[in-house]
Ligand binder design. Structure first.
Ligand SMILES: Cc1cc2nc3c(=O)[nH]c(=O)nc-3n(C[C@H](O)[C@H](O)[C@H](O)COP(=O)(O)OP(=O)(O)OC[C@H]3O[C@@H](n4cnc5c(N)ncnc54)[C@H](O)[C@@H]3O)c2cc1C
Length: 381
């Protein structure tokens, strides 16, 4: 067993870290404060191949493995959690799904544009009554002529503000749960689509979340991705990758919190000594470092599984569950170590505490990850 990155993976991580340090980190506080989608940074990320990291080179992507992708998301998240999830949605939840399930025509129309950042993709699964219960789709797709009419309302669609393409899930056979759900590629300039700003977000601000009304939106039959009734399986396949990316995002946030805390323990003195000399503080640092390293191992495992298996559901669920909760604990401890220096609006740790919380909610809550893991354990034994 070898736990080493290849020279190529290391070099790629270094290149992404340089971009994150030089171009992304200086912008993170402003993106958060303004809650504004960072279009220019997304373009710069795309120019570095970060909008289609695992998409084959011949389709416009960077042609890299999932471990490299996870390393990139972690590095970006350590600078801006918002940019990390923008990239994760485009990569895992849209581009990779089209690469895997798209027809030749769908791949030709969308893949290069998504992978090069000429187009931005968004994933429209959640509804007011279909969050955790995602199979309970109230959005319907009714056959009409040579296509379908889509009607319903999607909520919390990240990238929705700027997206050119929505991957929309809708019931082609309502009332039978996941087996009746199909997936559709819907350009955002299609008649009948209306986007509205989602509620003011606590963290990952600037993600461009939109609630999207589909009011009798007609799409041709060629807009269906995969076969009729396979949409829910496609969504779950997408989340196998997406959850590894969210594990990486959480890890980046947690690592940034750790670095903030570590620097403070050297800088801040009480009773004439740096606070890092006190055992109570040392133990917090030790727990943070250990838990983040454990999370990193699970993230690598999830990414490797994604590279080598068609489904990697349990590995991805374990990585996301543990990394998001470990990063939450790390951000919380960082706040404790910084104390009043962290507990004010505009401090980096304050932003990290808000950002990290989303990683336990989107792409399946921690409870959902536990349900997935438990179901697999019970099925095995
Ligand atoms: C910042 C942000 C970005 C998002 N981006 C997207 C996006 O791009 N696309 C998209 O489609 N969605 C997106 N979402 C939606 C997200 O996926 C859902 O919020 C999430 O799946 C949880 O659904 P819910 O909020 O409806 O919670 P609910 O389903 O109402 O759950 C409420 C609580 O009950 C628990 N619970 C529910 N059922 C069970 C059960 N059976 N057993 C145990 N516990 C249970 C949940 O874990 C949770 O704690 C985003 C959300 C946020 C906050």
């Amino acid at each position: 067993m070898r736990l080493e990155l290849t020279a190529d993976q290391e070099a790629f991580r270094e290149a992404v870290r340089r971009f994150a340090d030089q171009d992304v980190r200086p912008r993170a506080a402003q993106i958060d404060a303004d809650d504004r989608f960072p279009r220019d940074l997304v373009r710069e990320a795309a120019a570095r191949g970060l909008m289609g990291i695992t998409i084959p080179v011949e389709a416009g992507g960077a042609g890299r493995d999932y471990v490299s992708y996870a390393l990139a998301i972690e590095a970006i998240a350590a600078a801006s959690a918002t940019l990390a999830v923008i990239l994760a949605v485009n990569n895992s939840l849209v581009a990779e799904v089209i690469a895997r399930f798209g027809t030749a025509a769908q791949r030709t129309t969308w893949l290069r544009r998504l992978a090069t950042g000429q187009a931005v993709g968004a994933f429209a699964l959640s509804e007011a009554d279909a969050g955790t219960d995602a199979a309970n789709q109230h959005t319907t797709a009714t056959p009409d002529g040579a296509g379908y009419r889509l009607s319903g309302r999607k909520v919390w669609v990240a990238n929705g503000e700027v997206a050119d393409l929505l991957l929309v899930f809708a019931a082609t056979e309502p009332g039978i749960g996941g087996r009746g759900v199909s997936a559709f590629l819907v350009p955002t300039d299609t008649a009948g689509l209306r986007a509205e700003k989602t509620a003011d977000s606590l963290g990952v601000r600037g993600l461009g979340c939109r609630d999207i009304d589909l009011d009798d939106v007609w799409v041709g039959a060629e807009a269906m991705l995969g076969a009729a009734g396979k949409g829910f399986q496609i969504a779950m396949w997408a989340l196998d990758g997406g959850r590894v990316a969210i594990a990486a995002q959480a890890l980046g946030i947690g690592q940034a919190a750790f670095e903030e805390a570590l620097a403070h323990t050297k800088r801040r003195q009480t009773f004439g000594r740096p606070i890092g000399r006190y055992q109570a503080v040392q133990w917090m640092l030790a727990d943070m470092a250990t838990e983040l390293e454990a999370a990193r191992m699970l993230m690598y495992r999830g990414a490797c599984a994604k590279d080598t298996q068609d489904r990697s559901t349990v590995e991805a669920a374990m990585a996301k569950l543990y990394a998001s909760e470990a990063a939450h604990r790390a951000a919380d401890k960082a706040m404790q170590i910084l104390a009043s220096a962290g507990y004010h609006r505009g401090s980096t740790v304050e932003r990290l505490v808000r950002d990290v919380r989303a990683t336990e909610i989107y792409q399946g809550t921690s409870e959902v990850q536990r349900m997935v893991i438990a179901a697999a354990i019970l099925a095995e034994r």
